[in-house]
Ligand binder design. Structure first.
Ligand SMILES: *[C@@H]1O[C@H](CO)[C@@H](O)[C@H](O)[C@H]1NC(C)=O
Ligand SMILES: *[C@@H]1O[C@H](CO)[C@@H](O)[C@H](O)[C@H]1NC(C)=O
Ligand SMILES: *[C@@H]1O[C@H](CO)[C@@H](O)[C@H](O)[C@H]1NC(C)=O
Ligand SMILES: *[C@@H]1O[C@H](CO)[C@@H](O)[C@H](O)[C@H]1NC(C)=O
Length: 472
């Protein structure tokens, strides 16, 4: 620094160098842009597939700068050729320009093997899906090292996936693994099943308008992400396709899921640990297992879930309506959840808290539990097939601040459809809070233990200070 100050000549020279460097880099940016524009499609515009006289196909790549049609990167779109490389190529090109857009054109099927589309990108990026992406159909066609998911977006910011196209996970072989192996005489048992579309460590993600169907496992998963918007999507797999969750959130904050249809073989939406500030509304759910917080606290793990609003939802033909499930022995906090304006039809158990969740016939009783507090149910109306309400809280860590307001639940087939008198009644175990009418069945009115005016905290609850285990 000293020498520069003392010598005006050197300062001038430096200034000149800086200007020169700036000019050179501008030129190279221009060069790159030019290169993008000049990108030649691999097929000629009038390929032999185009019958003479038929209207000319839309020219591609689009003349718009920053649009990357995967056909320009060698994709065949015949549903048979492996178009994975083309998709990755289009992604890489689009990722390099601000506002880049990958186009999956309408009327074509692109077979894609598992791929990771990685950021960070230059700026916002859009994947326009108008056609169909197909996952490999044969289990043996999945690389053994890539069974975690099919399409993986990693470290991406400000991404939008949109369009009227479809992601087809072609999961039926995975659902019927036993039959598949017998038929194929295939001894290979894959150690896991893939999720269809996953976002990992990404932020400002929008998924809208598309359909995601027949995933081998979960359809749409967000983990370690922040700022998610899901709007107007369709998720569909058969009721008997095992473990095919609709949307799975884990360690993900600031989420809005709205105006979507979810029909699958497991939870419509599953909210796992580390999720907070989640707003789910105007969803149609069913068949499936309903909207679920958890399961949480498995193998003595810590779970933290807070600030969840689920409202204006319609649920039909599901195992549960809205439920919270935790394993015994876990730690952590589930707090501040609101479920309101929920219409249920033929739902086995519309309202459920299960702190004895267990995937075997019996699990060991344990004293520790994930604490649950501040759960409001307001205006939950419709029909059930097994029991209207089942709130089973831990013996040692009761549920606190549960509110049941305007709950009207009737047995689907009338009272006679139920097997026992018990099933008509609301069940609550070790749960504190308040109720407010109208309440049907009336047993809901006596279900919760009353908190006192300051909130009743049993001694044992105070001694287990769970709040320290979760970030506030
Ligand atoms: C919802 O998505 C479909 C395509 O799947 C589209 O045609 C429709 O316009 C979208 N609706 C809204 C309100 O955006
Ligand atoms: C998402 O983008 C908006 C606008 O750029 C920004 O304010 C917000 O912080 C971003 N969210 C995340 C989680 O990065
Ligand atoms: C409860 O969650 C809602 C929705 O995320 C939020 O707006 C509200 O501030 C939270 N309330 C408390 C007491 O944290
Ligand atoms: C666990 O606790 C429940 C409720 O107190 C009781 O009904 C059950 O028998 C216990 N199970 C075992 C395996 O001890």
């Amino acid at each position: 620094m000293k020498t520069i100050k003392s010598s005006p000549l050197i300062a001038m020279l430096l200034g000149f160098i800086i200007v020169a460097v700036a000019m050179i880099s501008t030129i190279s940016v221009e060069g790159r842009k030019h290169h993008v524009k000049k990108f030649k499609p691999k097929h000629p515009r009038h390929s032999k597939n185009t019958p003479i006289g038929s209207p000319a196909p839309a020219p591609y790549p689009s003349t718009d700068e920053g649009i990357f049609d995967i056909r320009s990167f060698g994709a065949k779109g015949d549903g048979v050729s492996d178009d994975s490389k083309a998709l990755v190529g289009a992604w890489k090109a689009a990722c390099k320009v601000a506002g880049g857009k990958v186009e999956i054109p309408v009327g074509k099927e692109f077979l894609v093997k598992p791929v990771t589309l990685q950021g960070p990108c230059k700026g916002e990026i859009v994947i326009q899906i108008e056609g169909t992406l197909l996952a490999p159909e044969k289990i043996g066609s999945w690389p053994k090292s890539s069974l975690f998911q099919w399409l993986n977006f990693k470290w991406v910011s400000h991404i939008t996936i949109q369009g009227s196209g479809t992601l087809d996970g072609r999961g039926s072989n995975w659902w019927n693994l036993d039959t598949y192996q017998t038929q194929k005489k295939n001894k290979y048992i894959p150690p896991m099943k893939p999720t269809a579309l996953r976002f990992y460590a990404s932020d400002n993600v929008t998924v809208r308008d598309i359909s995601i169907v027949n995933s081998p496992l979960c359809h749409l998963k967000f983990d370690n992400s922040d700022g998610v918007k899901v709007n107007n999507i369709t998720i569909s797999s058969p009721a008997n396709s095992p473990n095919t969750d609709g949307i799975h959130l884990q360690n993900t904050r600031n989420v809005e899921i709205q105006h979507s249809n979810i029909a699958c073989g497991d939870d419509c939406v599953s909210i796992q640990t580390g999720s907070s500030n989640v707003h789910i509304h105007h969803i149609n759910c069913g068949p499936g297992h309903g909207i679920s917080i958890g399961s949480l606290g498995k193998d003595k793990s810590v779970a933290c879930v807070s600030d969840i609003i689920v409202e204006d939802i319609s649920i039909q033909n599901t195992l549960a309506g809205v439920r919270i499930k935790t394993w015994q022995g876990g730690l952590g906090v589930v707090k501040n959840l609101t479920f309101s304006n929920i219409q249920v039809t033929d739902v086995q158990v519309p309202i459920e808290i299960d702190q004895y969740y267990c995937d075997k016939s019996k699990c060991k009783n344990q004293t520790r539990a994930v604490s649950i507090s501040g759960v409001t149910y307001n205006n939950i109306v419709g029909s059930f097939t097994v029991q209207p309400i089942r709130i089973a809280c831990s013996n040692n860590v009761p549920c606190m601040g549960v509110e049941l307001m305007d709950i009207r639940l009737k047995p689907s087939g009338g009272i006679r459809g139920l097997q026992t008198h018990q099933q008509q009644q609301a069940l609550c175990w070790n749960s504190y809070g308040k109720t407010q009418g109208p309440l049907v069945p009336s047993s809901i009115g006596y279900c919760l233990k009353k908190s006192n005016i300051n909130g009743y905290y049993p001694k044992r609850f105070i001694t287990s200070s769970h709040d320290k285990t979760c970030p506030s």
